[in-house]
Write a protein that binds this ligand. Structure first.
Ligand SMILES: [Zn+2]
Length: 257
């Protein structure tokens, strides 16, 4: 039913097929009312559709933090393991020194005695190095444990925030659901007053134009795409003989009086 002109700014006219019982102005008012409802329906629908992604993003961020904590806990266990190994090493070293000391008295020559004394001194030096290493491992363990405690506290606080936000999102989704039912009921009241053919055209534009089918002309420009609406088109709109759509964005133009 579209009759398009050749000039890029000429209007598209949808022939209002014998709208005998309902005049076009009343139709336009009905469609504007419908658009108000549909704009809110679209906005709420988009808001609700984004909610699962919001929750997922929060969950992912929270899971990452848990992984960080798990890495710290693993590091702490590794340190304990290293320390146990060093403690075993130290015990063996002490045992070795004791054994060498015991052998000192069975030695026959002065040279053997001196060699053994040197061996003992070396083993004791090794033992000191191991002891130092054990102390360092203790300190590192303490540091990591403090870090784990503080991260645990932080994580607990973040979990509380996360759960609260999740609840808020869920309750907002439910609220949106309730509002959408109201809007749908209001829509059902408006629809019988609109010519079915016009309604179909309106809905076609609505769905192809991101939820906005009815736009006002303000300061000679289309409220949808902001392109210039020439005076002769404005005159056509004011005549209310046909539905006039914007040549650029195809939305239905109307004028607020
Ligand atoms: Zn436009």
């Amino acid at each position: 039913m579209d009759v398009r002109g050749s000039s890029p700014l000429s209007p598209t006219i949808i022939q209002g097929d014998k709208l005998a019982s309902m005049d076009l102005k009343t139709q336009i008012i009905g469609l504007v009312r419908l658009q108000e409802l549909d704009s809110e329906i679209y906005a709420l629908g988009n808001e609700r559709a984004a909610k699962p992604q919001e929750i997922k993003a929060m969950e992912d961020a929270f899971e990452l933090k848990k992984l960080d904590l798990a890495a710290l806990e693993k590091k702490s266990l590794d340190l304990q393991k290293q320390r146990k190994e060093k403690e075993l090493e130290l015990a063996a070293n002490v045992e070795g020194v004791k054994k060498l000391n015991g052998q000192l008295f069975s030695l026959k020559t002065n040279k053997e005695f001196q060699t053994m004394q040197k061996q003992i001194a070396d083993a004791q030096a090794d033992g000191s190095v191991i002891e130092e290493k054990i102390l360092i491992l203790f300190e590192e363990s303490d540091k990591i444990k403090a870090q784990i405690d503080s991260e645990n506290l932080k994580l607990k606080a973040e979990e509380d925030i996360f759960l609260r936000q999740k609840k808020e999102i869920e309750s907002r989704s439910a609220e949106i659901g309730g509002r959408l039912s109201q809007l749908d009921a209001q829509r059902k009241q408006v629809i019988p007053g609109i010519d079915p053919k016009m309604l179909r055209e309106y809905e076609r534009i609505l769905h192809s134009r991101d939820g906005l089918a009815m736009v006002t002309v303000k300061d000679s420009s289309c409220g949808g795409c902001h392109m210039l609406v020439p005076p002769q088109v404005i005159n056509l709109i004011k005549m209310y003989e046909h539905i006039i759509t914007c040549e650029v964005c195809n939305r239905i133009l109307y004028i607020t009086e």
